[in-house]
Ligand binder design. Structure first.
Ligand SMILES: [Zn+2]
Length: 381
């Protein structure tokens, strides 16, 4: 009996030891999405055959853009050396969306809530999202109030975040920068925006990035979401050259952003950068690369890049594996030390992003209407 008591006491002590929370260094988080940029270009560079076949609009491509280093130098120098890249299917490393629509709004919803809302969000119709996103939950924590910013090129983002309900400051589409204390760059961008005739659902990424970067420097938020869209616009138009050029420009924005974060003591060594996309696209044949839908094979295939103080620099993931887009929400919450539950099952955080394994939260996750972890049996390969 004594032995059993001793054993139980020992087990109890071990349990407590394991429950010690791991302290993360991440205090700030930047999420960047590059709409519909395929894993084929991320891991393989621009396709020379497609470049030759689909006429290039005016403007020059980066030299030797067929190589991935030339096309996406920030991803393939800084992130590959200091961070992680997931989704090279040529190596058996997979990342998939689980929503059946394989369109933008369903993709952003899955990424930002942690589940595929197939019954509620079936297409890109601009309806206010009935679901709560992880950024909304984070922004309600006392330490994150007025600390979450969203900038998007696509004018659907106020709907995706249900801005009227969530109160998140979402600047998207043809909206100018508003509010008191605008900086000189923001006022200049407003002038540029006014000079353009609004056309379509997307403003150019140059404006979206400019606004987001200027606001970041002015307000130093803890969380910024930057949603770029030029890649998808040019792809749907069938302009492969413009599509890969937009990807190259997005990579330059990332480099500029990261350089700034490293130069600012508020962010340096305390900021994690996540870069991903909302869906894949079709394959190279018959112009299918231009589009994405539930009927086009490859539209569920995505990728992810991570760079930050809590992420081991394992570079390009070369081992076979399977991750899902619905794991992003819990990963974001865990990086910032925020407990996140939703009224549906949400995907588990991506363990390999955290040095030394997945950290426990300082406070245990209150049992919500749904559990936090949903290892799915479904394989979307
Ligand atoms: Zn999209």
């Amino acid at each position: 009996m004594k032995k059993i008591v001793l054993l139980l006491a020992l087990l109890g002590a071990m349990g407590r030891a394991q429950a010690q929370p791991t302290q993360l260094k991440t205090e700030h988080l930047i999420l960047v999405t590059i709409d519909g940029l395929r894993w084929q270009e991320v891991f393989g560079g621009a396709d020379p055959a497609l470049l030759g076949r689909h006429h290039q609009p005016a403007g020059s491509l980066p030299p030797a853009s067929a190589s991935r280093q030339a096309l996406l130098p920030f991803l393939w120098t800084t992130v590959a050396a200091q961070g992680q890249l997931y989704g090279n299917r040529a190596l058996g490393n997979y990342l998939n969306v689980t929503n059946k629509a394989r369109l933008s709004y369903p993709g952003y919803n899955e990424m930002l809530t942690g589940f595929a809302a197939d019954a509620g969000i079936r297409n890109n119709a601009k309806i206010y999202n009935p679901n709560t996103t992880v950024l909304e939950v984070i922004s309600r924590q006392p330490a994150f109030q007025q600390q979450v910013l969203v900038y998007g090129s696509w004018d659907a983002f106020p709907f995706i975040f249900n801005a009227p309900r969530s109160g998140l400051p979402v600047n998207a589409g043809w909206q100018p920068a508003t509010g008191p204390g605008l900086s000189a760059p923001e006022l200049a961008l407003n002038e540029q925006l006014r000079a353009i005739d609004p056309h379509g659902a997307e403003r150019p990424d140059s404006l979206t990035f400019g606004y987001a970067f200027a606001h970041l420097q002015r307000a130093h938020p803890r969380v910024l979401y930057l949603a770029l869209g030029d890649t998808d616009e040019h792809a749907h138009a069938g302009h492969y050259g413009a599509y890969v050029r937009a990807a190259h420009t997005a990579d330059q924005y990332l480099a500029q952003l990261w350089d700034y974060l490293q130069s600012d003591p508020k962010y340096c060594g305390k900021t994690t950068l996540l870069i991903t996309t909302d869906h894949g696209r079709g394959g190279n044949r018959l112009g299918q690369w231009a589009h994405h839908s539930r009927f086009l094979r490859g539209s569920d295939q995505t990728w992810l890049a991570v760079l930050g103080p809590d992420t081991p620099p394992t570079g390009e993931q070369r081992a076979p594996g399977q991750l899902y887009q619905h794991q992003l929400a819990q990963t974001i919450a865990r990086l910032l030390g925020v407990a996140y539950t939703n009224d549906k099952l949400t995907g588990a955080p991506i363990e390999a992003i955290f040095d030394g394994g997945l950290p426990l939260l300082a406070e245990s996750v209150a049992p919500g209407p749904a559990g936090s972890f949903a290892p799915l049996s479904q394989s979307a390969r």
